[in-house]
Design a protein around this ligand. Structure first.
Ligand SMILES: Cc1cc2nc3c(=O)[nH]c(=O)nc-3n(C[C@H](O)[C@H](O)[C@H](O)COP(=O)(O)OP(=O)(O)OC[C@H]3O[C@@H](n4cnc5c(N)ncnc54)[C@H](O)[C@@H]3O)c2cc1C
Length: 421
């Protein structure tokens, strides 16, 4: 960027999948814009995930409508580097005006004139609209209960890369959503003794009756659900595309050697305490799993589809001992635990966005991404418009809506009354 002040209609902050999608829609509508990215395009996919991560959905599904993955089995699960390359190639395809290595430091509404002043690491920009596409998972969250014990290596899943990174000894993985469950399985396969703390979760089948769960959620309208069920807003989905993709089955993991424990409650005097909720959490996950099989069966019957029956999908393994006789307290050194991985999620960080678009608790206030501060938009947030909003295919549709909204606002501003014409 030059040191001269830049004036642009729309500034998009962040060039992950959300920023790239936003740029495509703005380009199609002819809206002058600029995307600023503090790192590289799709940096989160490149360096913010563990080494072996592959997409959770198959290649035919986890992509933008405008381009398929090349040289990949459409039913396969694309490795993270290739996903990052895909977004970089996608941006190239329409010559997206992305500037990398430029951080947005502060956005402020102008006083007495329209638009925003934006302070960046390379100068000031003026824009009429600002789209915050900085991601749903910006700041890793480690709960306050984490022990202050220098003998234990503690990592958030955002900083976990591979088993070699951990010291010798057993590991406690806290959280059993997609990240926790995949990391626990990787560590078990690497020969580590693993304790996995399992909270509330959804557990869809990887596939059922020859269709991936992404297909089922699509045809059953579940990706489009506009609001999460009360109390289930933050329930994680235990699903994986690793090793060709398989259904996450906690009992099977336990039979293979992982010790399941309930929700991690507290640490004191070298011991960790777990809630007595493991059996219930596993049962709820089973319920969610079986509900999806039932809904799929009903859909097949209603539409007379010729998809093979799969009765084995309903077989539930016997409860392992860690479920029937759960561990409620564990002395870390007696159990040989030398590390803890916190797969406990992320929060957002909008410290740079100094506008009136947040509620009392600092949560973005918006409707389908159109914020309470005219001219400011959010993109990529969980449940922005629907369940699919944080995912590759979902964010593209949300970006389209926001681009349309910006185009409509531009036409109001372009209006001139009779005296002005
Ligand atoms: C472990 C994991 C696995 C996932 N797997 C899948 C999957 O298989 N399929 C799927 O559909 N989704 C998946 N997701 C969800 C989602 O697709 C990704 O999190 C995705 O990276 C979100 O894209 P985004 O563009 O919204 O945000 P990000 O990819 O986080 O991009 C935001 C960008 O903004 C930049 N930025 C931030 N602040 C500033 C600033 N002030 N100035 C300039 N730039 C800034 C960042 O550098 C970053 O590049 C996964 C998420 C996680 C955590």
């Amino acid at each position: 960027m030059t040191s001269d002040k830049i004036n642009i209609d729309t500034l998009v902050v962040g060039a992950g999948q959300a920023g790239v999608a936003m740029s495509e829609h703005l380009t199609k509508l002819g809206i002058p814009h600029l995307v600023l990215e503090k790192n590289r395009i799709a940096e989160a996919w490149r360096t913010g995930r563990w080494d072996s991560l592959v997409a959770n959905g198959p290649a035919w599904h986890d992509r933008f409508p405008g381009m398929a993955f090349t040289g990949v089995d459409p039913d396969g699960f694309v490795p993270k580097e290739q996903i990052a390359d895909y977004f970089a190639a996608y941006a190239d395809k329409f010559n997206a005006p992305i500037r990398t290595g430029v951080e947005v430091k502060r956005v402020q509404r102008n006083l007495g004139r329209p638009g925003f002043s934006i302070e960046t690491s390379e100068g000031i920009i003026e824009a009429n609209h600002v789209v915050a596409a900085t991601g749903p998972f910006q700041r890793p969250v480690i709960p306050a209960i984490a022990p202050q014990d220098p003998r234990i290596t503690q990592l958030h899943s955002a900083h976990y890369r591979n088993p070699q990174q951990l010291p010798t000894g057993a590991v406690l993985v806290v959280g059993a959503g997609s990240s926790g469950v995949q990391i626990a399985d990787e560590l078990r396969r690497a020969g580590k003794q693993v304790y996995l703390s399992v909270g509330a979760h959804d557990r869809p089948p990887r596939s059922y009756r020859n269709r991936d769960f992404c297909w089922w959620l699509g045809v059953l309208g579940l990706w489009d659900a506009a609001v999460s069920q009360p109390g289930k807003e933050h329930v994680t989905i235990a699903v994986t595309g690793a090793h060709g993709g398989y259904t996450v089955d906690f009992r099977e993991l336990a039979h293979e050697g992982v010790t399941l424990v309930g929700l991690t409650r507290s640490f004191q005097d070298g011991s960790v305490t777990f809630a007595a909720d493991l059996k219930e959490n596993i049962a709820r996950g089973d319920e969610n799993y079986l509900e999806l099989l039932d809904a799929a069966d009903a859909y097949i019957a209603r539409n007379g589809l010729d998809l093979p029956e799969e009765p084995t999908a309903r077989h539930i393994l016997p409860d392992p001992e860690c479920i029937t006789d759960p561990i409620l307290q564990l002395n870390l050194s007696a159990a040989g635990i030398t590390s803890i991985i916190w797969a406990t999620g992320y929060t957002v960080d909008y410290g740079w966005l100094k506008v009136d678009a947040f509620d009392d608790r600092g949560k973005p206030q918006h409707q389908r991404g159109v914020s309470s501060e005219p001219g400011v938009y959010f993109l990529g947030l969980p449940w922005l418009s629907r369940r699919g909003s944080t995912f590759i295919w979902g964010v593209w549709h949300d970006a389209k809506y926001i681009a349309d909204h910006i185009a409509t606002q531009r036409s109001y501003w372009q209006y001139r009354d009779a005296g002005q014409r």
